[in-house]
Design a protein around this ligand. Structure first.
Ligand code: CA
Length: 762
């Protein structure tokens, strides 16, 4: 009897559960979580207990209702983290997920948080809010996964914080590959998309909606009031690949790339703010396909060129296949304001294949303010299909668009929201923007820090290091991120062990001393994942390196690095790197990527390998080893290999680099070793921005450039080369070469040579 009463009561509670206040169910392990999910009814709240959940494979499925969703939350926000190989799937209806943090690990699946159980069971009417995914990156840089994947319909992702994706794959993706996921009405709002490093490859998008295959279907996703903060993964910050999506009232802070309407039609892009703040390669909006509307957007200090311009209208491919470029048709571009933004690109990408110019489009009532005159418009093809009217600029514009512009004096005025807007005769010209701009304060969560995680050089403590055996090794082992090791003696610093550089670290000579570094292992330093290195005032002598081939001074990890690194070398000298053959100065490995390698005022002499062989990404899929390579005021002599090999293979257009800036360098007797397979002193393959200027080449092998992608910018100018040294340019890209002074001797050459003093520009 008692049992029967209990059963009846229980049934009644279950049947009317949402009418009662159900007690939250606190769970402490996955088994308890699974049991709670299995028993969940509308109104059930499942609470993950405080602590670290390791390798938690969570499947949250159930049928909530609009009035009584089923909730998954945490005991205390910020005190629950999912680590190791944890991931979450949602399936069902009216599910609410709140407060989860994924970090210290990566998903073993393709998606950290997936709005589906499997290929046919999806989540609908569900919400992901105040969840964090922080550097939950696969250690294999080019192993692909996504962090949040939306399937189903009517789902919402809001106030989430997604930061630090280091491996390949879109951060947040909306998938359309089933009928149940079309016309989805998803809303993505108030999220913080934190810094994402340059992937150096395609596959670094922060947000993608659709794929080329489903790009002519309607997604109807709204993306609004989000902050995209330094999302630098690749040139598509956002890759729109479906129809009828809306991007409204978002802020893009110092992002390298553009909001790209890559595929699909009828996109609305309005009320967005793009702040470049003069950071290199920052972009705005790129228009492709039909019936796109771009209105009331604002750009400031956008410096990007070509596909990452402030505003880019592409050429299309006639009868384009789905995965190429549809013609721009009936685009409306109006009421946008750009301040000190450098490039508007029209008919961008025009070539033999992309020959369909924009048609039936309007470009009206846009305003451009430039404090210094730059060539704002680059027009690659016929723009007669774009009607220009009532636009304004304070600087002259190209003749082809001048009829649609009024040129008039402007001033700038700062608005209450901090943005600088143009004024004409006292009247402010401002696009319609949200009342409150997305910021760190009003996006993401208010309980998870948005402070910068990358630690700059020289931000830590100074440690003085005496000369001796392994004094430097010990100091490196004990150092903290950002520290400075200052070598205080003009004497030998010997390394019998190989130090691992695990965090940003500076090693420099104290004022007025000349420390000498010797090492007995195959390298002096290994930069491993997370490591960055700055060297100043040091002399590296290879005399004690082991008698085997393939030594080096500085190496990257042999294994995949999912964190980019920086290497800076100033006022350093490298000599006697001639123990056995193929002794390199800097040796990098596949699946490593330097944001910058900067070498200045340094000398390199007697090297049996290469100085810089940045040629380890050989798959020819657009991947490479360094973004910005700077060589200023360096002297290279008696190098058996090349001074530089830089390789970026393939025709992918998703990246901008590598950038080479070589200036005021001298090369003498370079490249003649019989193991120099490149037969060149400098060999560039697929570099997209090349400057070799004010430099001297004597007794060297050739300079070789293969220009294959990206309309490369080539500035080869003011070189002094012996007559016998070839400058070889191949590939299918346009270029021009500046002044090269040729002579059979080094006398009477305009740049001087022997009297060049390191550190002094000539
Ligand atoms: Ca891409």
């Amino acid at each position: 009897m008692l049992f029967r009463l209990f059963f009846t009561l229980t049934s009644w509670i279950i049947a009317t559960g949402f009418l009662l206040a159900q007690a939250p169910i606190l769970v402490s392990d996955v088994a308890a979580f699974d049991a709670a999910v299995a028993a969940a009814q509308p109104g059930t709240t499942i609470v993950l207990a405080n602590g670290v959940w390791t390798d938690a494979e969570l499947l949250f499925e159930g049928q909530g209702t609009a009035e009584a969703p089923i909730t998954l939350t945490v005991e205390e926000k910020g005190k629950v983290s999912l680590e190791g190989q944890s991931y979450l799937r949602l399936a069902g209806n009216y599910l609410h997920v709140e407060g989860l943090v994924f970090r210290n690990g990566y998903t073993p699946t393709n998606e950290v948080i997936s709005f589906r159980k499997n290929k046919s069971e999806f989540a609908y009417n569900s919400r992901l809010t105040e969840c964090v995914i922080d550097n939950y990156s696969n250690p294999e840089r080019h192993e692909q996964d996504s962090w949040v994947a939306l399937y189903g319909r009517n789902n919402r992702v809001d106030h989430c914080h997604l930061e630090g994706k280091g491996n390949r794959g879109v951060t947040l993706i909306v998938r359309l590959n089933s009928d149940e996921s079309l016309q989805n009405n998803h809303i993505i709002e108030h999220n913080y998309f934190g810094p994402r490093q340059n992937l150096g490859s395609n596959g670094g998008e922060t947000l993608r909606i659709g794929t080329s295959h489903h790009s002519l279907k309607n997604s109807n996703t709204i993306v609004r009031n989000n902050l995209f903060d330094r999302c630098d993964g690749e040139h598509e910050i956002i890759s729109n690949k479906s129809c009828q999506n809306i991007y409204r009232d978002n802020v893009f802070n110092e992002c390298i790339g553009t909001l790209t309407m890559r595929h699909g039609n009828e996109t609305l892009v309005e009320g967005n703010v793009f702040l470049g703040n003069r950071k290199p390669n920052t972009g705005g909006i790129r228009v492709i396909n039909g019936f796109q509307t771009v209105q009331n957007n604002y750009g400031y200090g956008l410096t990007g060129y070509r596909f990452r311009g402030a505003l880019v209208v592409m050429n299309g491919v006639p009868n384009s296949p789905l995965n190429r470029y549809f013609q721009v048709e009936s685009a409306i571009i109006e009421n946008n304001v750009f301040v000190d933004s450098d490039h508007v690109q029209l008919c961008a990408g025009s070539d033999a294949e992309r020959s369909a110019t924009p048609i039936n489009s309007t470009f009206n009532n846009n305003t451009f303010y430039q404090s210094t005159r730059r060539k704002l418009f680059t027009i690659y093809d016929d723009i007669s299909g774009i009607n220009f009217a009532k636009n304004r600029s304070n600087q002259p514009v190209n003749a082809q668009v001048a009829d649609g512009f009024k040129i008039q004096p402007m001033t700038l005025t700062q608005q209450a929201n901090g943005l600088l807007m143009p004024q004409v005769k006292g009247k402010t010209i401002a696009p319609k923007l949200p009342k409150e701009l997305p910021s760190k304060e009003n996006t993401g969560t208010n309980w998870y820090s948005k402070a910068d995680k990358r630690i700059p050089f020289n931000s830590g403590k100074i440690h003085l290091v005496r000369a001796g055996t392994n004094t430097l090794y010990d100091a490196i082992s004990e150092s903290k991120p950002g520290d400075i090791l200052e070598l205080t003696e003009s004497a030998a610093y010997e390394l019998t062990k190989l130090p691992l550089i695990k965090h940003p670290l500076s090693i420099r000579a104290a004022q007025g001393v000349s420390p000498k570094i010797y090492w007995e292992k195959k390298a002096a330093f290994d930069i491993v994942n997370g490591g960055e290195l700055s060297l100043q005032g040091l002399t590296f002598l290879g005399d004690y390196a082991p008698d085997g081939s393939g030594n080096s001074v500085i190496r990257t990890s042999k294994y995949s690095m999912n964190k980019n690194y920086s290497l800076r070398i100033e006022d350093c000298h490298f000599d006697n790197l001639d123990i056995n053959h193929s002794f390199d100065v800097i040796r990098v490995y596949k699946n490593t990527f330097a944001d910058e390698i900067y070498i200045a005022n340094s000398s390199f002499n007697q090297v049996t390998g290469h100085v810089l062989a940045l040629d380890k990404e050989t798959d020819d899929v657009g991947i490479y080893n360094v973004e910005f390579l700077t060589l200023h005021n360096n002297r290279f002599s008696n190098i058996e290999g090349a001074v530089l090999v830089l390789h970026r293979g393939g025709k992918d257009e998703s990246t901008f680099g590598p950038f080479l800036d070589m200036n005021h360098c001298t090369l003498t007797n370079v490249g003649f070793g019989k193991r120099n397979k490149y037969d060149a002193a400098i060999k560039l393959y697929g570099a997209q921005d090349i400057a070799i200027q004010n430099s001297v080449f004597q007794q060297t092998k050739k300079i070789s450039m293969h220009l294959v992608v990206g309309e490369p910018i080539v500035k080869v100018d003011q070189l002094q080369m012996e007559a016998s040294i070839p400058l070889e340019v191949t590939g299918d890209q346009k270029y021009s070469i500046g002044k090269i002074y040729r002579s059979s001797t080094t006398e009477n050459l305009p740049l001087g040579n022997d009297n060049q003093t390191l550190g002094i520009q000539f």
